[in-house]
Design a protein around this ligand. Sequence first.
Ligand code: HEM
Length: 417
Amino acid sequence: MNTPNRPDVTDWANDFDPYHEEYLTDPYPIWKDIRESGCPIAHTDRFNGVYLPTKHEDISAIAHDTENFSSKSVIISDVRVEDLGSFSSPPITSDPPDHQDHRRVLLPAFSAKAIEKWLPITRDICNELLDEFAENGSCDASESYAKHIPVKVIARMIGIPEKDGDMFRRWVYELLEAGPTDVKLATKATSEVFEYFGTFIESRRNDPRDDILTYLLEADMNGKPLDDRQISGGLFLLLLAGIDTTWGTIGSSILHLSQNSEDRHRLVNDPEAMDTAVEEFLRFYSPVSMARVVTNEVEISGTTLCPGQRVMLPFASANRDPDFLADAEEFQISREVNRHSAFGLGIHRCLGSNLARMEIKVALEEWLKRVPEFELTDSNKVTWAGGPVRGPRSIPLTWETSQDTAVKRNSASAEST
Ligand code: HEM
């Protein structure tokens, strides 16, 4: 994404732009420079004023401090905080004490136990996708693989048609990628999502099923059933939070493996290493940067943060802070101690982390069984989406077709049953 209507950035410490092409493509040197500059919190007057902390200590302090930082606006956009209106998407946009009630409603659907059931289904989904291209010798791993997995899984979990996947991804684009700098588009997409869920809520009332839609229709908050707006709001959040986060991490992991043959061979030869590797993929390529609104004047690392402005929380920068973790700038596939913050810190810590971990693990396992050897055709063709969620949107790969992809597909299915 370019920044057509905004001036170019020449000073990342005092005039950064999180939607600038350079930031989307490779934010790591920018964060590193700011982190090491002696003033680790950058600022911009763009978007009505935004701070950018880059150290783990500061990002963690802000994420844990709900007294001075509110989640009422978690995306950096042109909309001023005072013009936000009543739109909310709890629990991610809620503060204490309301936050806990909203979170508690959704939690059971994403417990480790609840996610177990989705593991074989996800394995089948991955293999169906691989069937389409494994024997072709090339594909775009984002287009043909990564982007479909979370959409197909969350659609089935919620109980909405998988065939609407393109529309869900369009909403993700309109709300998280283009929306922050195109408020009209974001408003239109929000109405569409609420209208879409409205029709399902109506029909599911008379036709209960084993899905999250039915679960929410039957759930209560402090003894009171949820109203339609609350149900749509919860589904809206799950759809948005669950798609491009996991898409981005699966994509970044495959991109990494296409360029790092030692790591690829390690996982092919020792599948037991996958759990540890997934944590390192999550740490190193953390996709999410959520925001907070400053509610009281507060000083962090020598910078006074002014009320009414926003703060970005780039969890990926926290994860690469060498003061928090030894050799943080290095990808280590067998890293043993890895307390990363890819899933956030504090009360808003990701509610879908069990699901995300499972999807990433299964997606990589099935890919490596069918396509163990592959490489990137041209690194210049890799494109990135960014903003609140960053990930590769084009990963052109090639491989020898002599690999026994069909046999491996059969053994993969056999294991999943
Ligand atoms: C690799 C994949 C994922 C990553 C890296 C990720 C990351 C995050 C982060 C950093 C937060 C905290 C936001 C904040 O502090 O404001 C968060 C919150 C959340 N995530 Fe995820 N997420 C992922 C996948 C998912 C999935 C699959 C779902 C469910 C379908 C999900 C649902 C949520 C929800 C509902 C919240 C809000 C929790 C709250 O406010 O209490 N996420 N996620």
